[in-house]
Design a protein around this ligand. Structure first.
Ligand SMILES: [Zn+2]
Length: 605
């Protein structure tokens, strides 16, 4: 406890962001640290990672030209500024106020980094701002000086009235966490806004797109309305969608009162583009609750300097990914038919991943920092994305909750339960609270579910659960085309499609991306990066490899010629029958009343 309690607010740390030469992709940042009389030395620290993206990125590698000076601009003596490690400087400030100046190279156009050129400026706070160790709770203020008179500023931070010279504007953050959690878009982006109840939503849309902006706004309105219905309102008065329309989309990064989404700008020539946009928006917006407010101790307040381990990424990302699909269905963006098609297409892909049951969901979450985001060749065989496994586990949990409780209450209600008891008041959750939430919704403990599928490595019983929820699920061999109309069947092709090697090649080359353990190719000794050049003496390229394999039936032996470290080699591969399956998923007209109730609750009908 401090010896003296004062009633005045602490003096803020004040930042100024300038962009005088945008074509150089360098921000000039000034940071003014107020006098801290009880501190002889102060540690200036740069974040190693961006919350929401679980990989150490060492943002400090883009920092140049660091200068530390006193309030009047006189440089500190070299002995008073000691770099302690890659991201930490120890300043012998003797309690005095001081000024920090530096440049940040910003040329990485992703949601979690910073970018500057003569078309716009974007930053995510962890890649631009130093913080003072021990002073994360101190208020912050940031003044932004846009590069051009025509540029405007979008951020969820409230403006500080009467501050900022010329065209620059100032914004206030309650603390460093809020500053770091409030990305800025500065440029000539299009602006749109709408309200739901008394909450205002804004869209800042940068870049070239063939999307109809009115349709994007309508989708956002539907998504936030359907999500707000789950939680009984919104935990803010204002929310900002920053959307970058780029050549290639790369996803989003969630914040408490805003989001940045990078989408493929020219992908709206068909409805699928709008569905992808809706799905991404629903995912990111669900994070407003799930992970930004409902989270365990590791994920807030953050330790920005190193990995923060949690066993719950499956809850934060898997459940969010799954519920986004449910939300856009309930919002009327997609129809039931599309939802069932998604299951039919994506479940077999997951169910054929060799590593899906090799690592538990809890471990996949914990190790994300060092495995999923730094994958070795073997990742596919021994692990799987916690998003993907989390998605199917979330669906299985939703159906299990409904089957236990009569159908009407499921995973959305379980997340709301966590919101009411933890997120709303800022109390962190623990692993046991997730089980308690499930028990509260199901009416009984579901420890067996968590022990088997979250902590354990059992195969998810998804097809069986889907059937109990009133769906008809039929698995077929990949080559079986009986499901097609008679005129579209191709008996020659379906006869040929049975043989299997277990090899996956890179899409554009004939080098081996993966060999499924215990598959024919594995037993023949083929491995990662082998460059396949011929099958039975016939030259192959990436598109023809599968066709030459399909010349043979399961049981046949083929000679595969390949280069390994530039030496020509051969292996005899005895083909087996493809284990690949496809799925038909339809509404079961003969489902009983109970199954129909579960299905109705699930789809929100
Ligand atoms: Zn996410």
């Amino acid at each position: 406890m401090p010896a003296v309690l004062t009633t005045s607010a602490p003096e803020p740390i004040v930042y100024r962001v300038s962009m005088r030469a945008p074509a150089s992709h360098e921000y000039e940042v000034e940071m003014r640290v107020p006098a801290l009389p009880d501190r002889d030395r102060v540690d200036l620290v740069f974040a190693a990672w961006a919350p929401g993206s679980y990989m150490v990125r060492d943002f400090v590698r883009h920092v140049f030209g660091l200068e530390i000076a006193d309030r009047r601009g006189r440089a500190f003596a070299p002995a008073d500024v000691v770099r302690v490690d890659k991201q930490r400087w120890r300043i012998a400030s003797a309690g005095r106020a001081f000024r920090v100046r530096y440049r940040v190279f910003a040329f990485e156009a992703t949601v979690r980094t910073s970018f500057l050129d003569d078309s716009h400026a974007y930053w995510n706070g962890t890649s631009l701002f130093f913080f003072v160790d021990g002073e994360l709770g101190r208020p912050c203020q940031v003044t932004v000086a846009p590069a051009k008179p025509s540029w405007r500023i979008a951020t969820s931070l409230p403006p500080v009235t009467g501050r900022g010279a010329g065209r620059s504007l100032s914004y206030a953050a309650a603390d460093f966490d809020e500053l770091a959690d409030s990305p800025f878009e500065v440029g000539t982006h299009a602006r749109h806004a709408f309200s739901v109840g008394r909450t205002r939503f804004e869209l800042a849309l940068y870049g070239r797109t063939n999307a109809d902006p009115a349709r994007l706004v309508d989708i956002l309105r539907r998504v936030v309305t359907a999500t707000g219905r789950i939680f009984g309102g919104f935990p803010f008065r204002r929310y900002l969608f920053i959307v970058h329309a780029l050549p290639v989309g790369s996803g989003g990064l969630e914040h408490r009162a805003s989001v940045t989404m990078d989408i493929a700008g020219l992908s709206f020539e068909e409805e699928a583009g709008y569905v992808r946009f809706a799905d991404l928006a629903a995912h990111e917006f669900f994070h407003v609750w799930n992970v930004k407010r409902i989270h365990d101790r590791a994920l807030g307040p953050f330790d920005y300097t190193q990995e923060c381990y949690t066993r719950l990424l499956w809850l934060y990302e898997g459940c969010t990914d799954y519920l986004a699909h449910v939300i856009i269905l309930r919002a009327g963006v997609t129809r039931e038919r599309q939802f069932l098609r998604m299951i039919a297409d994506d479940w077999p892909r997951y169910a054929q991943r060799p590593g899906r049951n090799e690592t538990s969901l809890e471990e996949l979450s914990f190790e994300a920092w060092i495995k999923q985001y730094k994958p070795s060749e073997n990742f596919t065989n021994r692990a799987v994305s916690y998003y993907e496994k989390g998605f199917w586990t979330a669906m299985a949990l939703d159906l299990t909750l409904r089957l236990e409780g009569g159908g009407r209450r499921g995973l959305p209600e379980m997340i709301r339960w966590l919101w009411e008891r933890f997120g709303r008041s800022g109390r962190p959750i623990a692993d046991a609270d997730v089980r308690a939430a499930a028990a509260a919704i199901a009416g009984r403990r579901l420890d067996r579910f968590f022990d088997r599928y979250v902590r354990g490595k059992d195969e998810l019983p998804l097809p069986a659960l889907l059937r109990r929820a009133g769906l008809k699920v039929v698995a077929r061999a990949e080559w079986d085309d009986d499901d097609k109309p008679a005129g579209e069947r191709d008996p020659v092709r379906s006869r040929r499609a049975r043989a299997w090697t277990g090899l996956a090649l890179h899409a554009d080359r004939t080098t081996v991306r993966n060999v499924v353990p215990d598959s024919p190719a594995w037993r023949a000794g083929l491995t990662f990066n082998d460059e396949i050049v011929a099958v039975d003496g016939a030259r192959v390229a990436a598109p023809t490899f599968a066709r030459r394999i399909a010349d043979h039936l399961p049981g046949a032996e083929v000679r595969v010629t390949f280069f390994r470290r530039d030496e020509l080699q051969e292996a005899n591969v005895r083909l087996s029958e493809s284990p690949d399956r496809k799925l038909d998923v339809t509404v079961d007209p003969k489902a009983g009343a109970r199954a129909r109730t579960v299905r109705g609750g699930w789809f929100g009908v």
